[in-house]
Design a protein around this ligand. Structure first.
Ligand SMILES: Cc1cc2nc3c(=O)[nH]c(=O)nc-3n(C[C@H](O)[C@H](O)[C@H](O)COP(=O)(O)OP(=O)(O)OC[C@H]3O[C@@H](n4cnc5c(N)ncnc54)[C@H](O)[C@@H]3O)c2cc1C
Length: 389
């Protein structure tokens, strides 16, 4: 049986997230984009509302949301501001590998740090390296046993919250020659000796979020911080991304929806040739395509997230959702700028920011080409993750 009705809890979570986005995020979104940072008090309000740790189970102080509800909340947050939403969402990305594989002690130690309304901390998911992006099995951050601890050396790049995180989930290798077979994961606190922050990136969009290099130079990591043993790290990454990609797709829908609303209002108001431009079929059809594609995007991310919530395999659906919604958000925001004409190219109009923000949805958490590689492999009957490497 198919049921499109949300339950009361889901409705309440979406309503709360929308109100937060409308009243707290939207009023400062352009300023945060310009300044490249988020005010502390907004983060504290987000923590009080349970939005800094949506996917963390409630027994550790988190929002305890299932993937479907988390994805619908993500749509609202990205509607509010994609930069701020990315900052908050990165906490979930960093903790999902620990939700999957962490010990009770690790969860008790680290999860509450992200949920404290008085002093909420951030976490970072450290996978990408200068030489290992789409080809994650090529990572070169080396971990070695050394008596009662490990020694970690390497460099991560493009890490969301990299410069502001309290701790990181770090994917590393015990044996680079083994590729997938060598990968493990450890929790590394930013305060550990030898951890430093490299370049802070100056980005096209999602500018309110912090993206930075994180460098590990002979970092002593306690043995109890290993949470994914050698050989299981790559699988952990794949399962994590299957679970989180629906929220990224939902974020893309949120950006697209914001652009559609702006474009629709503008097209009704802007008069050229004696009538509102919405009466020109070329403009009207751009808006109808946006409306259709946003609705379709929402259904495909909800399907992927629903499957993830039920613990069902969702690799294919999450790739459909990420690629479709990311591409759709880019198309929608580009057309929203077009509908605004010259005004859309100016920073005082929200659509300018939305178009810059949309671009990341085709890149992070696996590019949209990589999603197509996954889908294409599935069409060929190859269901193993990363069959090409
Ligand atoms: C703002 C931002 C935030 C990010 N946050 C994080 C984070 O928090 N943690 C983290 O670990 N990473 C993060 N990333 C990294 C992101 O996931 C990578 O940038 C992404 O996976 C692509 O890797 P790459 O940039 O090295 O591109 P490459 O892998 O070098 O790809 C370059 C191009 O080649 C294409 N390509 C590569 N291989 C194939 C193939 N087999 N088939 C077809 N096309 C292919 C790609 O699609 C892309 O178009 C972030 C990136 C950005 C920009």
């Amino acid at each position: 049986m198919v049921d499109f009705e949300l339950d009361e809890e889901q409705k309440a979570a979406c309503k709360m997230a929308h109100e937060f986005a409308l009243n707290e995020m939207r009023p400062i979104a352009l300023e945060c984009d310009k300044e490249g940072k988020i005010p502390d008090d907004l983060i504290k309000k987000a923590a009080s509302a349970g939005l800094t740790a949506m996917g963390i189970p409630d027994e550790y102080g988190g929002g305890g949301l299932d993937q479907l509800t988390a994805a619908m909340v993500s749509e609202e947050m990205f509607w509010g501001c994609a930069g701020i939403a990315t900052t908050l969402g990165a906490n979930s990305l960093a903790t999902t590998p620990m939700v999957i594989a962490g010990t009770e002690e690790q969860k008790k130690e680290y999860f509450p740090r992200l949920c404290d309304p008085d002093d909420p901390k951030f976490a970072g998911f450290c996978l990408t390296e200068p030489g290992a992006g789409s080809d994650a099995a090529a990572i070169n951050t080396i971990i070695k046993e050394d008596g009662d601890h490990y020694i970690l050396n390497g460099q991560k790049c493009f890490i969301t919250n990299g410069g502001i995180a309290d701790f990181y989930s770090v994917f590393c290798t015990f044996d680079k020659e083994k590729r997938y077979g060598g990968i493990a994961a450890v929790i590394v606190e930013r305060s550990y000796e030898g951890v430093s922050i490299g370049k802070k990136e100056d980005k096209m969009g999602i500018r309110a979020s912090n993206t930075a290099e994180v460098i590990f130079d002979n970092v002593k990591v306690p043995k109890e911080n290993l949470f994914v043993p050698m050989g299981q790290g790559f699988y952990n990454v794949m399962v994590t991304l299957d679970m989180t990609r629906a929220s990224v797709a939902a974020g893309a829908v949120g950006i697209a929806r914001a652009a559609f609303e702006e474009a629709l209002a503008y097209a009704k108001e802007r008069v050229q040739f004696g009538r509102p431009i919405i009466a020109q079929q070329a403009i009207n059809f751009m808006l109808t395509d946006m409306a259709m594609e946003i609705e379709a995007g929402r259904r495909v991310y909800q399907l992927a997230a629903w499957k993830a919530s039920k613990g069902l395999p969702c690799s294919l659906e999450s790739s459909y959702a990420k690629a479709f919604c990311g591409d759709m958000a880019m198309r929608t925001t580009t057309n929203a700028v077009q509908i605004h004409g010259g005004y859309g190219y100016m920073k005082e109009y929200l659509v300018e920011k939305l178009m810059r923000d949309a671009k990341i949805m085709q890149i992070y958490e696996g590019t949209n080409q990589i999603q197509r590689v996954v889908i294409g492999a599935n069409l060929m009957g190859v269901t193993d993750a990363y069959p090409w490497g």
